[in-house]
Design a protein around this ligand. Structure first.
Ligand code: EPZ
Length: 436
């Protein structure tokens, strides 16, 4: 099974390799309540930002995921003192040493690239291998590199490694040709170490960017404009330890909403009120669900059949999020309507539809568009090819008639803290089991 298979999904019995899988008995409506844990895609840049502080920073509502463990591994590998008490993580970089991100962690998690910006800002130097490939197609980091160069860093590439050197970064205006989430975050982190003002034009506007601004501010950084079309950073000053509560994971919330849409019934989500899920809630309502919100609560109900959404396009925030595209498609596939979903962010984000078709889905993928003709699904044995794809197969299995097994949980465990426990709390018949 290759390198980096997280131990918790592989149990050795008698020396044979046994693997975890989800055993799902679908076809019955859900009813339950579940807490939405902290956002992976906010916690990751925040953990990178802890390197900038003089002293121990504290992050609350930090999810316990394999990607977060990988990020904590990078920090402790750099000599930081890392502690976790429940959902609170403490990172003290005082005894930090070195500035190289380990190859195996760079390969396991693309988001390791976010440590380059904070290492460059703090130490003026960073080394890493090229980030690992991903099931979502080519995922270059040219915009990250160009941002570092624009701030004054020299970049060298040799035998698969990248080294950045910039002991005296200087602030300037950076215009991103596309609103890349990671490039925006890396530019913000590097700019904290650049003398003077940095202005990022056309940044990503995702809520996770606003979270990063909030944490940096708690460290004394002068950052403004996150969530808008222009972010300004006054860099070059020392930052003290910060304390921050990570936002709820909006894609995990979307997963739970789509599970209820797929299986029918009703579910209540705690810890979020869906203020950053507008397009997802609108799509689910267009397909026939009812939703409602109250402070820190979000509910969804589906009594009648699930229809289609007509034509829908993913895009940078505040458009429909690419990460929720597989989850919505999984619910619609088992419905009764027609839908056309166009993916504009990643060039290979429909691989999960092979698993849906194994469950009887009528889905045709042509280029960047998936055409879905909803119809009843049946259980099947399927394997995840990526994080949200694995969650999508699980969502579909809850709405399918009969038993399913979903393999490849190493992908799912990267972004969900006990997905099976959460879906069981919503009333789903799902267990994590081990088999050959
Ligand atoms: C972040 O990835 C998220 N990951 C992704 O979530 C999410 O799908 C994506 O943003 C879009 O919202 C984390 O935050 C850890 P991008 P990122 O840079 O930063 C191209 C999940 O499931 N691009 O906004 O890698 C790129 O190829 C993951 O949790 C360049 O061309 O996304 C893509 O087509 C999946 N050059 C587009 O921009 C670059 O230098 C958007 O990518 C960088 C990106």
């Amino acid at each position: 099974f290759g390198i980096g298979w997280p131990e918790q999904t592989k149990t050795r019995i008698g020396g044979d390799n046994m693997m975890d899988y989800f055993a799902v008995e679908g076809g019955r409506p859900l009813e339950g309540r579940v807490f939405v844990h902290g956002a992976k895609n906010s916690a990751l840049p925040l953990l990178a930002a802890t390197l900038l502080a003089d002293g121990e920073s504290v992050l609350h509502n930090c999810p316990d995921l394999t990607d977060i463990s990988a990020a904590l591994g990078i920090l402790s590998g750099l000599g930081c003192r890392v502690r976790r008490e429940g959902a609170t993580v403490m990172v003290d970089p005082t005894c930090r040493r070195g500035h190289t991100i380990p190859d195996e962690l760079m390969g396991q998690m693309r988001a390791s690239v976010l440590f380059l910006g904070s290492l460059l800002a703090r130490d003026g130097e960073a080394v890493a291998c090229w980030p690992g490939g991903c099931a979502l197609g080519a995922r270059p980091i040219d915009l990250h590199i160009r941002a570092f160069q624009a701030l004054g860093a020299q970049v060298r590439s040799w035998n698969g490694r990248l080294s950045f050197y910039g002991p005296r970064l200087h602030g300037r205006r950076l215009a991103l040709p596309i609103p890349s989430v990671g490039a925006t975050e890396n530019a913000m982190l590097a700019a904290c170490g650049a003398q003077g003002i940095t202005v990022i034009d056309n940044p990503a506007r995702e809520p996770e960017i606003v979270d990063l601004q909030g944490f940096l501010r708690s460290m004394g950084a002068q950052v403004s404009g996150a969530g808008t079309g222009e972010i300004t950073i006054q860099g070059g000053c020392r930052l003290h330890a910060g304390e921050y509560t990570v936002m709820a994971d909006r894609i995990v919330a979307a997963t739970y909403l789509c599970a209820v849409a797929a299986a029918g019934g009703e579910g209540e989500l705690l810890g979020t009120q869906g203020e950053d899920l507008g397009p997802v809630l609108a799509a689910l309502e267009a397909a026939g669900c009812e939703t409602g919100r109250a402070p820190n609560r979000l509910w969804i109900r589906r009594r009648g059949p699930l229809g289609g959404v007509g034509s829908l396009c993913t895009g940078p925030y505040p458009a429909f999020p690419t990460d929720a595209q597989p989850l919505l498609a999984a619910a619609l596939a088992g419905g009764t309507g027609k839908s056309r979903i166009t993916e504009t962010i990643f060039d290979r984000r429909f691989r999960y539809t092979e698993g849906l078709c194994a469950m009887g889905a009528a889905i045709q993928v042509e280029g960047d568009t998936a055409y879905i003709l909803g119809r009843p699904l049946h259980g099947a044995q399927v394997a995840a090819t990526d994080l949200r794809g694995g969650a999508a197969l699980t969502v579909a299995a809850l709405g399918a008639q009969g038993p399913s097994r979903i393999w490849g949980l190493d992908h799912v465990d990267r972004g969900y803290e006990g997905l099976e426990t959460a879906l069981a709390a919503l009333g789903g018949n799902i267990r994590r089991e081990t088999g050959p």
